[in-house]
Design a protein around this ligand. Structure first.
Ligand code: GDP
Length: 177
């Protein structure tokens, strides 16, 4: 009877941001449901998904928000960032432009979010290694300069997806737990 009576100690809101098509929806699907939809974007309109996990013997409900396609219309609003204690800044490591836009996304995030927000930079699609357009050193340097956690992931192959969510949630717990 699973978690019917489960007591939730903390709810942590984490927002996914970054250009369209970098894989935000698939990262979320992989983490929340261990799924990958080859035919993506059926999820337009879905605002967030949750996953409950145990950190330090506490029950933590992660509420992960996806822009649900709104980033195309620059319609990511302050409501989206409100209450967020974590943010994942996602680029596609085969698309240099999506990485170059990270500074702008970070600026927008810092303009809207709480100053204690935990931010992780994510280079997604690392399964496409032969198409790499962003050297890992460039991302590491940016992350270090801006004080972000950094990881490369593949939502397709499941690489580092669990780890990156667990890392950010554990850091959030250290600050907000
Ligand atoms: P979003 O617009 O940022 O939410 O991006 P989506 O999650 O919709 O993904 C955009 C496209 O990239 C889709 O065709 C996905 O199948 C594909 N995609 C997402 N993650 C990966 C990944 O890790 N590897 C590869 N090869 N493709 C991916």
């Amino acid at each position: 009877y699973g978690d019917y009576n489960q007591k939730i100690d903390y709810v942590f809101k984490v927002v996914l941001i970054g250009d369209s098509a970098v894989g935000k929806t698939q990262l979320l699907a992989r983490f929340a449901r261990n799924a990958f939809n080859v035919d993506s974007k059926a999820t337009i309109g879905v605002e967030f998904q949750t996953k409950t996990l145990i950190i330090d013997n506490k029950t933590v409900k992660a509420q992960i928000w996806d822009t649900a396609g709104q980033e195309r219309y620059r319609a990511v609003t302050s409501a989206y960032y409100r209450g967020a204690v974590g943010a994942m800044l996602v680029y596609d490591m085969t698309k240099r432009q999506s990485f170059d836009h990270m500074a702008r996304w970070l600026e927008e995030l810092r303009g809207h979010a709480d100053k204690n927000i935990v931010i992780m930079l994510i280079g997604n699609k690392c399964d496409l290694a032969t198409l790499r357009a962003v050297p890992v050193e460039d991302a590491e340097e940016f992350a270090q300069r801006e004080n972000l956690f950094f990881m490369e992931t593949s939502a397709l192959e499941s690489t580092n997806v669990e780890t990156c969510f667990l890392t950010i949630l554990t850091e959030i717990y250290k600050i907000n737990g």
